[in-house]
Write a protein that binds this ligand. Structure first.
Ligand SMILES: Cc1cc2nc3c(=O)[nH]c(=O)nc-3n(C[C@H](O)[C@H](O)[C@H](O)COP(=O)(O)OP(=O)(O)OC[C@H]3O[C@@H](n4cnc5c(N)ncnc54)[C@H](O)[C@@H]3O)c2cc1C
Length: 492
């Protein structure tokens, strides 16, 4: 039987942060990844690499991105994103349900964890394409999300993998953890299956960082509710709740929003699981600048309630709840230049027409007459006297509509018109196991389980109902690093 100080289960961002932290604290580490190497990186690989952290201004950003040029600084308003703003965002979107201890760690450790990742060799860059619009010749960032990993999610995972290897961390692909070895007192390793062979790996500590249960239709339906088996999975097919199940099997406490998840508007014809060649391109996140209608031709949600960073993760559920589980996003020529890059991929469900009447006949599954009536009353309600500004919550809303639009309302009257059909794409689940501030998993008496730590998606308690964009990678980084450090200490 092989033996290590620390076994890390999973090879996504949270796992690599745990592995690197354990290694720097003197542990001999192995990373076990269920996927074959050709599909490595979990959901982390599917991301844009956008990562949310608190910063006081451009001087802080320079520490994360020493390559930032004077020219970039001159043409960009990076603004600030203080710890208080990060707290406010977490509290607001989770309706004050986020666990205060976990949230405090997430926010207060965010900047130092970014510096730690940079010091390890992970590179970052400003996320110009998606999070900043140019106004009066200057890019202005909005929504607290300013930085992405170099090369996006694939770049992040590839650099973390290379750094781990260069530090002597072993990585076993196609190696699925099946159960935790537990001697009645604490965790002593894991039972795994690789190449059809089942064997044990002994360890003084185990870090579970192997994702939520988003990729298992039965668990989704059981915990998120009826209809969730119909959602498409945005990322990896391998996050089927194994880590959560293994921990629960030895008495770990369940925690957090088990009926909640991160889910977005996702191309209606996207495949069952994520496609690495397309990455996050199936998402359609420019809805704040248009309207969304359902099969009845009706709007059903405030598309402009907030910046997309604060609404996109909950609107997938709203779309799933519509008749037929779909919606069409509608845009006219006034806003086409604002559409994100994902609207221009070839794998897109899109129709266009010169007139609204023509468009109405092309919106598959939609009541055409009701749609035309809906657009007419929406157009009449737009506050055209308020100036439109995509960089701020401009207050250009609608008047007297049953379903209001609060910001960025524009009339839909300038053809050719574009429409994109979306369904629900699930990103990750919010419920998981409960951890201490040392990222140690606790049992149902809330007593820490010796030798067991967890990080990333499978930790419950941080996110409820909704989620601020870019926080998944940050949470994995902060708690991965804590879990790895604690595991190495436990192993010493
Ligand atoms: C399309 C998409 C876009 C996203 N964009 C962003 C973004 O821009 N910014 C952001 O912050 N977040 C984003 N997210 C969310 C983000 O991906 C996750 O929050 C984060 O990557 C989770 O990291 P993790 O390490 O916990 O899980 P993962 O990266 O999913 O890693 C878990 C790993 O565990 C492995 N595994 C599972 N079971 C086992 C087992 N039994 N044995 C061994 N290994 C196992 C899996 O194969 C997987 O590789 C996005 C997600 C998706 C799907």
């Amino acid at each position: 039987m092989s033996s290590y100080d620390v076994v890390v289960v999973g090879a996504g961002n949270a796992a690599f942060c745990a592995a690197l932290a354990a290694q720097e604290n003197g542990a001999r580490v192995v990373v076990l990844e269920r996927a074959p190497e050709s599909e490595n990186g979990g959901n982390s690989r599917f991301t844009a690499g956008a990562i949310r952290f608190a910063y006081r201004g451009v001087d802080d950003l320079r520490q994360i991105m020493p390559d930032l040029t004077e020219e970039e600084i001159a043409r960009t308003d990076f603004g600030t994103y203080t710890e208080d703003q990060f707290f406010d965002d977490m509290f607001r979107v989770t309706r004050y349900r986020t666990d205060p201890t976990l949230c405090e760690l997430l926010v207060r450790r965010s900047f130092e964890t970014m510096k730690w990742l940079r010091a390890k060799g992970v590179r970052f860059q400003p996320i110009y394409g998606r999070q900043a619009f140019k106004v009066d010749g200057k890019f202005k960032f909005w929504g607290g999300l300013t930085v992405e990993a170099w090369g996006g999610g694939p770049g992040l995972v590839d650099s973390e993998t290379a750094i781990a290897r260069s530090r002597g961390i072993d990585i076993l692909y196609g190696c699925r953890a099946l159960e935790l070895l537990h001697d009645g007192v604490g965790v002593r390793g894991v039972k795994v299956r690789q190449d059809g062979r089942i064997f044990d790996i002994a360890a003084k500590a185990v870090v579970l960082a192997c994702g939520g249960f988003e990729s298992d239709p039965e668990w989704r339906t059981r915990y998120l509710g009826p209809g969730w088996e119909l959602a498409r999975v945005r990322g990896t097919r391998f996050n089927t709740g194994d880590g959560i199940r293994m921990a629960l099997d030895i008495g770990a406490a369940a925690y957090g929003n088990w009926s909640g998840c991160h889910a977005v508007g996702w191309d209606y014809n996207a495949p069952e699981f994520g496609d690495l060649a397309v990455g996050d391109g199936f998402q359609k996140h420019s809805y704040p600048f248009g309207i969304m209608v359902n099969a009845n031709g009706r709007r059903f949600v405030d598309e402009g309630a907030d910046f997309r960073n604060y609404t996109y993760a909950k609107y997938g559920r709203v779309i799933l709840e519509q008749p037929g589980n779909f919606a069409w996003q509608i845009f006219d020529q006034k806003v086409v230049h604002l559409l994100r890059d994902e609207y221009r991929i070839k794998e897109v469900t899109k129709v266009s027409a010169d007139t609204l009447e023509d468009l109405a006949t092309r919106l598959e599954g939609v009541d055409a007459a009701a749609f035309l009536e809906e657009v007419r009353s929406y157009n009449e309600a737009v506050m055209t006297d308020v100036p439109f500004n995509p960089n701020v919550k401009d207050g250009r809303g609608t008047r007297n509509l049953a379903v209001p639009k609060t910001n960025w309302a524009n009339t839909i009257d300038q053809g050719p018109f574009l429409a994109f059909q979306v369904g629900c794409g699930i990103t990750f689940t919010f419920g998981g196991v409960r951890i201490t501030e040392d990222a140690q998993v606790v049992d149902k008496d809330l007593a820490p389980i010796p030798g067991l730590f967890a990080a990333g998606e499978m930790v419950g308690g941080l996110f409820y109902f909704n989620y601020p964009g870019g926080t998944g990678l940050m949470s994995g980084s902060v708690f991965g690093r804590i879990a790895g450090t604690s595991a190495a200490r436990a192993a010493a």
